[in-house]
Design a protein around this ligand. Structure first.
Ligand code: CP
Length: 310
């Protein structure tokens, strides 16, 4: 397949063969990461700018690591120490960064659609690293990649996604990455955090965590996003945890070899018990590991890397 995309704004318009192409490219990148010298010259002379307007540990660090593993120059921009604090707009900020000739801008922003907006105004590639509650496409791809590595396939597998569905950009990208690969998706949360229109995606909706987890191959737990909640969606965190937290008793309903995933950061003891977060069935840190390979693949494909990477 020939890669034709200039931007990665979301997975909504990705065709299954494009998703498979990213996965195949990530496999090549992962091979690089097993070498003693974990670096290839594929993006030498290219510059990647990480433009993060929201906090991040995993995404920002792994994009930086991914760019450096490919020999790109990586520049990290932090909104809190930038001229945004003096009133500069997003567009002016991006245009000024573009004037310094980067190949790729990776952006995380609280506003849904911010990456799409920039893609219409700058000439370099834009990667969405999370926009509001819209999408987090590289998380969707790394979740797929992690499941493929652990299970060998996703088609026909029951994957339960539990938690704050309403505010989650991860779920909106997972629906595309896992759904287009044929997973049987179940979305679960309190009725107030489970938009009924999500049923139109083909996913099964339930407010009963036991029904969602029963016979699941994969259970993806989501963080309660208190920072995006403008009203009370449930009586208390304690009650939420009792009803929608994953503990040993609920997880015992899943298949014996089921795995647990979480995009991070984990609210330990709320959506996921401490022992499950760190148990042998947990893929949480393998998701982070996959993130570097998947983000290397995306940067490589967008920045026109040569096959010297392989
Ligand atoms: N999964 C994820 O987006 O984590 P960060 O917010 O730490 O980047």
């Amino acid at each position: 397949m020939e890669w034709r995309r200039r931007h990665v704004l979301g997975l909504y318009d990705f065709r299954p063969e494009e998703i498979e192409f990213v996965v195949d490219t990530a496999r090549s990148m992962e091979e690089v990461l097993t070498r003693d010298i974990k670096k290839v010259p594929a993006l030498r002379g290219k510059t990647v700018v990480n433009l993060f307007f929201e906090a991040s540990t995993r995404t920002r660090t792994s994009f930086e690591m991914a760019g450096k593993r490919l020999s790109a120059d990586v520049v990290n921009f932090s909104s809190s120490t930038s001229s945004i604090t003096k009133g500069e707009t997003l567009l002016d900020t991006a245009r000024n960064i573009e004037a310094m000739k980067p190949s790729v801008i990776v952006i995380r922003h609280a506003a849904s659609g911010a990456p799409h907006f920039l893609s219409r105004h700058v000439s370099c590639s834009i990667v969405n690293a999370g926009d509001g509650a819209n999408e987090h496409p590289t998380q969707g791809l790394l979740d797929l990649y992690t499941i493929l590595k652990a299970k060998g396939s996703v088609a026909g597998r029951k994957i339960a996604i539990v938690g704050d569905i309403l505010h989650s950009r991860v779920v909106r990208s997972d629906l595309h990455s896992l759904g287009k690969m044929g997973a049987k998706l179940w979305l679960c949360g309190p009725a107030t955090l489970l938009p009924r229109e999500m049923g139109r995606t083909g996913a099964t909706l339930t407010c009963d965590i036991r029904e969602a987890v029963k016979d699941a191959d994969v259970v993806i737990m989501l963080r309660i996003q208190l920072e995006r909640q403008k009203t009370a969606y449930f009586p208390s965190l304690r009650e939420y945890s009792r009803m929608y937290g994953l503990n040993r008793s609920v997880f015992s309903l899943a298949k014996e070899d089921a795995v647990i995933m979480h995009p991070g950061p984990i609210n330990r003891g709320i959506e996921l018990s401490d022992d499950l977060a760190d148990c042998g069935n947990s893929l949480v840190l393998r998701q982070v590991e996959s993130g570097v390979a998947v983000r290397m693949a995306i940067l490589y494909l967008l920045a026109g890397g040569s096959h010297a990477a392989h």
